[in-house]
Write a protein that binds this ligand. Structure first.
Ligand code: XUL
Ligand code: MN
Length: 343
């Protein structure tokens, strides 16, 4: 047990479909997922707008708000915190070429309408933030959009969000590619720059996902440290990635234990979580796993994170400082490896 609080989204309990094959497990009703969170050791729920209101497209604003209120009372009953709500802007036909950066004016309008609805849902649920994972805000071929104009359009949207509600925070989840070839705002550096360019930088932060940083060829612990140095780490998605492939969302630490150690070390040193920040677990269930619902990946990643917290807390900082002073990085490397290996 540690003092961290963990969250995940209903989409993390899935039926195993991938681009090459259909579902392999029975569907587990969305509404029944909330009862699992506490039992699994999780206190927070991350949402897409249509996780809160299934089949949101085509529903009236009143219906959306009524269904949101029903979900809120379930969460209150379970004692769960709604951490954030994210508009799922990559399914609808209007977002086939992105929303905010689409070349079509009516698509851009639809994206903004959807974003406003997401903010309304977040407010009604009691979430302090909306998350933008900019899925299709990018290009398949570079010439299809004007990149400078695209960045300006994203900034204009960020300012519209800030104007729309005086309190809501906006956390951008950078990812360099997939589903597009190249996404705008591929790293936390881009996100932080956008934040400072916005009308209220204190409310524009980032959500760093381990695998997304790795897909950008970057070290997730350095990405986290960069955001923390600017006081802009709204949340995290822990998982792992085995090289530059599709977005794998493997169990935290399962591909690179040392990188996992360093992420937890950065978070611990910064006191991450002390102001209510969650450790979000964005991990895919293996397609081979039997049963319904399949939840082992969530508890496995949480357990690995907690074991890493113990590794960080038993790591000898004074020893590290001495190795640094002596510039004996061979000595430091052996110490780190022995510590990780338990010798
Ligand atoms: C996409 C991803 C999403 C976001 C939420 O790669 O990580 O699940 O976390 O929209
Ligand atoms: Mn994620």
């Amino acid at each position: 047990m540690t003092d961290y609080k963990f969250s995940f989204g209903p989409w993390n309990i899935s039926e195993g479909a991938d681009p090459f094959g259909p579902e392999v497990r029975d569907a587990f009703p969305h509404a029944e997922k909330y009862a699992l969170f506490k039992k699994l050791g999780f206190d927070g729920v991350q949402f897409h707008d249509d996780d809160v209101v299934p089949e949101i497209e085509g529903k009236s604003h009143d219906t959306i708000m009524r269904e949101t209120a029903e979900v809120k009372s379930i969460l209150d009953g379970e004692g769960l915190t709604p951490e954030f709500v994210a508009p799922r802007m990559w399914f609808a036909p209007e977002t086939i070429d992105g929303g905010y950066t689409s070349n079509s004016e009516s698509d851009r309008k639809a994206a903004w309408e959807r974003t406003k609805t997401t903010i309304d849902i977040a407010k009604a649920l009691g979430s302090k933030a909306v998350v933008l994972w900019l899925a299709r805000e990018g290009t398949y071929i570079r010439e299809s959009k004007d990149a400078q104009q695209a960045y300006e359009r994203i900034l204009a949207t960020v300012n519209q969000v800030l104007d729309y509600d005086a309190e809501i925070e906006l956390w951008i989840e950078p990812k360099p590619n997939e589903p597009t070839d190249q996404t705008y705002l591929p790293t936390i550096g881009h996100t932080v720059a956008l934040s400072y360019a916005s009308n209220d930088p204190s409310r524009v932060k980032g959500l760093i996902e381990t695998a997304h940083a790795q897909l950008a060829g970057l070290d997730p612990s350095d990405e986290m440290a960069f955001a923390l140095a600017h006081d802009k780490l709204g949340s995290i998605h822990i998982n792992d990635q085995n090289g530059l492939k599709y977005d794998q969302d493997k169990n935290f630490g399962s591909a690179n234990l040392r990188a996992a150690f360093n992420q937890v070390k950065v978070l611990e040193n910064a006191g991450y979580g002390k102001n209510g920040e969650f450790v979000g677990v964005d991990v895919k269930a293996m397609r081979t796993q039997k049963g319904s619902p399949v939840t082992e990946h969530l508890t496995t990643s949480k357990r690995i994170f907690e074991l890493m917290v113990e590794k960080v807390r038993t790591y000898d900082q004074a020893k590290e400082a001495a190795f640094r002073d002596a510039r004996d990085y061979e000595g430091l490397e052996l110490y780190v490896m022995e510590h990780l290996l338990g010798v």
